[in-house]
Every structure is written in structure tokens, then in C-alpha cells.
Ligand binder design. Structure first.
Ligand SMILES: [Zn+2]
Length: 318
């Protein structure tokens, strides 16, 4: 069967189950989509609304047109404000679902990040969901089902979206215009999260940052450049640097220990070889541990410049 929700990528099994419920009329009034940020929960919620509003996805009717434009009066998407979903938003959702549909066959409300509901908002939402109106669908999203009020979970049909296997995500990225090697890197770097990979593919600054990173890391490991200068250049983007570093070190390690390994950074194979020439396995392992420590220190709100000075100096050491 072709993709029942065109534009939603991956998690085909979940998509098929959901589509069957939709077609068979067994879709619950409350759905809960769970999974890490960027895995497609919001996209899927929109796609469900599209199917409910126009089962054939004709693309021409009023419902299709208004949804596409983001101005359909029977579709509402709400998210947390200042980190919490508050009572006010739960009430907005309630009044939205109470008024009959305008032109669509259903009313669909999406509430993002249901794990951020305040207790009052959660209770208020629960009351709405306990006695749902006919032809209304409320879609909740959350990072993890364990973080959602159990009473909400028990009233929902739960669909869990997982990160995509690297090959599957690679294909999607290539279809979106990525080069093979770039797609391989992004699939690995994003941890299989399509939202993250696609955002990086569209980010023109990112490939330059990767270039700079490869240049800087090779220069420090080969003791060709002052590590403190590199720390100065990168400490304001600690997350990006550490994410690039982890994958880089993993490539170095695997290249030294496995014959047939194809590195995620295949486009920069020369720089990887240069690094491996001056960095034996035990130092790579040591640096991987240091990278973990650096993350812990940043989480403990240590000064990022100091954390980076210390990390980069360790790379420079023999
Ligand atoms: Zn239509």
C-alpha cells in the first residue's frame, strides 16, 4: 500500500494502523502521539486532520485549501507557552471542541507537549475528554508516554513514533535533494530524527560549520593550532561542537578497529585519516569520555569557555 499520509515520512507500520482505524471508523476521540522531538508527531497530526476533512485528499475543495493555508476554522493547534500548557489553553481547547464544525466533517484539535500540562490544565482537559462530542478528535503529542498523566493516557489511543533506521532516513534525505554522502552523515548525526535531519539539510550554514569543525579538530590533534583559540571559536555553540565531536570520534574509533567500516563523515575521510595518524585508540576512548564529562559540566551550568578550554587542552596533550 502506498503511503496513507503523503508527506509523513517513516514509521510506516504506525501510519498503516492509524489509517485503518480512520477508515474503519474506529478512531478514538483522543489520540496520543509519542516520540522524540522532530520525529513527525505534529506532521502526522496534520495529516490525520487532512484525511478526516477530505478522505480523498482531493487538494481542491474548501477543506483542503483552508487546511493547507493554515486557516481552517475547524482545526486548532495549541502548544505550551513558557514551558507549560496552562489552564487557559485547556479552556481554549474546550470551547473550540464544544462549538459545532463550520465546514469540515470533524473538529480536530492538536495539543502539543501534553507532558507539560500543569495539574489544573490536565484536570480540565480530562473533563473534556471524558465526555467527548460527536465528530471531534483531540490529538495530544508528548515526548514519552510515561511523562503524561496516566488518566489521560488511559483515555487515548496511543501511537508511538520511533526514530527512523539510518537507511530509511537516508533515502528520504536523498529524495529531498541531499547528496548520498551528505544524507548518510545527516541520518547518523540526527540519530534518525527526520525533523532534525531535514532542518540541517535546509540550513546553509551547517555544512560550513562541519567544514570548520573538521579543520579545527585535525589541527588541534596534530598540534598545529592553539587549542585555546579553537575553544574560543566554539564555546558559544557547545551542543553543536560536542555532537559533531562525538560522531567524529566514533568514526575514528571504528576506522581503527573495524576493517569494513564506512564512516558517517565519509566526505572528510582525509581529515579522519590525518587524525587517526596521530591519535591511537586509547586516546580516542579517553576523548570520548572527556566529551561526556564536558556535557555533564555544561548541564551543571559550568562556564562553557572553561569547559571548552579544558576539553581542547586534553586533545592537544600527547
Ligand atoms: Zn479536498
Amino acid at each position: 500500500m502506498s503511503n496513507p499520509f503523503p508527506g509523513f515520512w517513516g514509521n510506516e507500520r504506525v501510519a498503516r494502523i492509524l489509517f485503518r482505524a480512520l477508515q474503519g471508523g474506529t478512531l478514538a476521540h483522543t489520540l496520543l502521539f509519542t516520540g522524540p522531538a522532530g520525529c513527525g508527531k505534529k506532521t502526522l497530526a496534520r495529516k490525520v486532520a487532512e484525511r478526516l476533512f477530505c478522505p480523498d485528499l482531493c487538494g481542491k475543495c474548501r477543506n483542503c485549501a483552508l487546511l493547507k493555508r493554515g486557516s481552517h476554522p475547524d482545526f486548532l493547534m495549541l502548544g505550551p507557552e513558557a514551558n507549560f500548557v496552562r489552564l487557559e489553553q485547556a479552556r481554549r481547547l474546550q470551547s473550540f471542541l464544544t462549538v459545532p464544525a463550520n465546514s469540515a466533517p470533524y473538529k480536530v484539535a492538536v495539543l502539543e507537549d501534553a507532558h507539560r500540562l500543569t495539574p489544573e490544565a490536565g484536570n480540565s482537559l480530562l473533563k473534556i475528554l471524558e465526555e467527548p462530542r460527536e465528530r471531534t478528535v483531540c490529538i495530544l503529542t508528548a515526548d514519552n508516554v510515561d511523562n503524561v498523566l496516566p488518566t489521560l493516557v488511559s483515555r487515548s489511543q496511543v501511537y508511538n513514533l520511533a526514530p527512523l533506521p539510518p537507511d530509511e532516513l537516508k533515502e528520504i534525505l536523498v529524495a529531498k535533494g541531499a547528496q548520498q554522502a551528505q544524507a548518510e552523515f545527516l541520518a547518523a548525526f540526527s540519530g534518525g530524527i527526520p525533523g532534525k535531519a531535514l532542518a540541517l539539510l535546509a540550513d546553509s550554514a551547517f555544512s560550513q560549520q562541519r567544514e570548520n569543525f573538521a579543520r579545527d579538530i585535525s589541527a588541534v590533534l596534530a598540534r598545529r593550532r592553539d587549542p585555546l583559540e579553537v575553544a574560543e571559536a566554539w564555546h558559544s555553540q557547545p551542543q553543536l561542537f560536542l555532537d559533531l565531536l562525538d560522531l567524529w570520534l566514533r568514526d575514528m574509533l571504528m576506522l581503527q578497529t573495524r576493517q569494513d567500516y564506512r564512516p558517517a563523515n565519509i566526505e572528510r575521510a582525509d581529515s579522519l585519516a590525518e587524525c587517526n595518524a596521530v591519535c591511537p585508540v586509547d586516546k580516542v576512548l579517553f576523548l570520548l569520555e572527556e566529551s561526556v564529562l564536558a556535557r555533564e559540566r555544561l548541564q551543571a551550568l559550568c562556564n562553557s569557555r572553561l569547559v571548552f578550554d579544558s576539553l581542547l587542552l586534553k586533545m592537544w596533550e600527547v
